[in-house]
Ligand binder design. Structure first.
Ligand code: NAD
Ligand code: DAU
Length: 350
């Protein structure tokens, strides 16, 4: 049985990936290592937590001694590393936390993999999940390819860029069998409501102001989170060592246009007169260092490994809004902090 470590599996993308792997690969044992920061929520995995090929481990990737011991005890064959501090606004208020988790945490995992695998890399793989933000910001034209030079602007993207460089350095220096992917903005279920789409769905639902940064003219390239998980699956199993793949949906939206679409859909679903939710739009001070435009060219992934996004945005955004409206208890637990009690109930005191 393959022993797979997935880090950050209680977060947004991680929980979708853990679910996919646990259900699709009964002959893999999936170990989900997560510190359960404010962004980690075990309720995201309630449907698979009793599966025999799944285990949860609470722990911090910044703790190097703990990580080495963990690899010695469990002898993982493969790692898919998603654990990170992921919110740009938080990185602006507290950059050091991003350096610790995203850079030091990643190097701790690389060291542990190198230590335990020695020079026998047969069947081994270290997959690092990264972001398109490492490439910086585009003007009106062009797209990020795998050859685009790194040019990060926020402490978040600088920390992710640094971690990518370390992963490549461990490949080039120690021949560690690594793969990296850089993905555009994800959307879908189980995303913490500090990010644009779930935050605005929740605010519309409660008739609260929608804080649009600057003029709302920044552009993001949105991908359905389950398509990201599918891409990771394909790359994990089929990529050559040392490769990088960009993942994206060719789906660019100006923030303000996307927000208006969400307002229209929610007016309809909540039985409000058309235009009601749009009145909640409030222009606020721009994010410092706000990247203007991201757009991912994922041709290489489509050509090499035959991956394409499965869902059109029009369908995806409807499904996403439906999910948050149908899962108001999840949203309420997350916004009130009640979800933090779940670990205690499920894993400590029973
Ligand atoms: P998230 O914030 O929802 O989840 C991060 C998870 O990591 C949480 O469960 C958290 O508890 C855990 N974690 C944080 N610090 C930890 C530590 N020190 N030790 C162990 N666990 C820790 O993030 P996400 O949006 O799911 O992103 C996952 C990964 O994908 C990140 O590496 C991010 O950079 C990358 N990414 C995200 C997007 C996106 O649109 N969300 C796009 C491209 C790439
Ligand atoms: O591109 C991939 C990245 O996408 C990931 O690496 C990050 O982890 C993820 O958080 C996301 O980063 P963004 O900064 O693009 O996402 P966010 O949802 O925070 O913001 C999307 C856009 O909406 C951005 O232009 C800022 C704007 N925004 C965001 C918030 C939270 C607002 O106008 N108002 C808001 O309240």
């Amino acid at each position: 049985m393959k022993r797979m470590l997935i880090t950050g599996g209680a977060g947004f993308i991680g929980s979708h990936l853990v679910r996919l792997f646990v259900n699709k690969y009964p002959d893999y044992h999936i170990y989900n290592l997560d510190k359960l920061t404010y962004a980690g929520n075990l309720l995201n995995l309630k449907d698979i937590e009793e599966k025999p090929n799944y285990s949860f481990i609470k722990g911090d990737i910044v703790d190097g001694v703990f990580i080495i011991k963990l690899f010695e005890d469990y002898k993982f064959d493969a790692v898919i590393h998603l654990a990170a501090e992921s919110h740009v606004d938080r990185s602006i208020s507290n950059p050091l936390e991003f350096v610790m988790t995203n850079v030091v945490g990643t190097v701790n995992l690389l060291n542990a993999a190198k230590h335990i695998w020695k020079n026998n890399f047969d069947g081994k793989r270290f997959y690092h999940v990264s972001t398109d933000e490492v490439y910086g910001s585009l003007g009106e034209d062009g797209m990020f390819t795998e050859q685009t030079a790194y040019d990060p602007h926020s402490p978040y993207s600088a920390s992710k860029a640094s971690s990518d460089h370390f992963v490549r350095a461990y490949h080039d220096t120690y021949e560690l069998p690594v793969v990296i992917s850089n993905c555009s903005n994800n959307y879908g279920s189980f995303q913490f409501p500090e990010k644009l789409i779930p935050l605005f769905i929740n605010n519309i639902r409660h008739n609260k102001p929608l804080p649009v940064y600057g003029k709302g003219e920044n552009i993001r390239d949105w991908l359905w989170v389950e398509d990201h998980a599918r891409a990771i699956d394909v790359i994990f199993h089929q990529s050559a060592n040392g490769k990088t793949y960009n993942i994206g949906g060719h789906n660019e939206w100006k923030n303000i246009d996307l927000i208006k679409v969400m307002c229209r859909i929610m007016d309809r679903k909540l039985g409000r007169a058309e235009g009601t939710s749009q009145n909640l739009i409030t222009y606020v001070k721009d994010r410092a260092g706000h990247d203007l435009r991201y757009a991912i060219d994922s041709t290489l992934l489509q050509k090499d490994l035959n991956w394409t996004p499965s869902l059109q945005f029009e369908e995806g955004i409807e499904k996403t809004i439906d999910w948050y409206l149908a899962n108001q208890i999840w949203l309420d637990d997350v916004t009130s902090g009640d979800y933090l009690k779940y670990y205690e109930k499920q894993y400590v005191s029973r």
